[in-house]
Design a protein around this ligand. Structure first.
Ligand code: 13P
Length: 255
């Protein structure tokens, strides 16, 4: 299998932006701009925006995702949201292990693994984020680190479930900084992730896996990044808050 046969997925990560009414308005603006795209289009919105977003996206090619979920099915976890709660709303994708969650909210490779399994067990698709800091890149341990992050995140995930996993390579130094990995850097790390997945699940499963790049991807640099053989889509922060910019990225991913 080659890139042309893998699912291209462009996902917006709105982070902590937009109220429910603003979410509705932005999705209404995006719908005509991304209609007919030849790739999957996903918007991962804040929890409280989910009902409005799902309702606004209904009947369009936009799928709605969340940005996190707890790993326990229910219980005394004040402030948390379970996979079943998201599933019942109609959520199809959940971002897991974003570096902002790892940095600010104590997320570890182990909790990323638990959350990934909870999302998959509930029948949704997990967008699992991995990536290195600038110090780690300078130490030359990027490939090793992201391979390890990927393998730990996927512990206990069956080959069948892997079909509902997307890995997003997001170098921490490129997130929200305007500094993008070069197309070659992104491709090299994505290829390392694919090789790590092949070690566990075999070459065919790894070849079928969608691996995104994220980190200051925008309307200008998307085409070059998405053109790389191992870059199968993007996880977009800032540029996903602008309908026009986001639609340019979606078009760049369309095959
Ligand atoms: P930016 O596109 O704003 O750099 O954010 C990337 C990101 O973190 C997506 O999850």
């Amino acid at each position: 299998m080659n890139k042309a046969k893998r699912a291209a997925v462009i996902a917006g990560n709105w982070k902590m932006n937009k109220t429910p009414s603003e979410a509705k308005a932005l999705i209404e603006e995006m719908k005509p701009l991304v209609a007919g795209a030849d790739c999957s289009v996903v918007l991962c919105v804040p929890f409280v925006d989910l009902p409005a977003a799902i309702s606004a996206a209904k009947g369009s090619n936009i799928k709605i995702g969340a940005q996190n979920c707890h790993f326990e099915p229910s219980g005394a976890y004040t402030g948390e949201i379970s996979a079943a709660m998201l599933k019942e709303l109609g959520v199809e994708y959940v971002i897991i292990g974003h570096s902002e969650r790892r940095t600010y909210f104590g997320e570890t490779d182990v909790t990323v693994n638990k959350r990934t399994r909870a999302v998959l067990d509930a029948g949704m698709t997990a967008i699992v984020c991995v990536g290195e800091s600038l110090e780690q890149r300078e130490q030359g341990i990027t490939a090793e680190l992201v391979s390890m992050q990927t393998k730990i995140a996927l512990g206990g995930v069956s080959a069948e479930q892997l079909k509902r996993v997307i890995i997003a390579y997001e170098p921490i130094w490129a997130i929200g900084t305007g500094k993008t990995a070069t197309a070659e850097q992104a491709n090299e790390v994505n290829a390392a992730i694919r090789a790590a997945v092949a070690e566990v699940y075999g070459a065919d499963a790894a070849e079928a896996l969608t691996i995104q790049y994220g980190g200051s991807m925008n309307a200008k640099n998307a085409a070059e990044l998405l053109d790389q053989p191992d870059v199968d889509g993007g996880l977009i922060g800032g540029a996903s808050l602008k309908a026009e910019d986001f639609s340019v990225i979606v078009k760049a991913a369309s095959r």
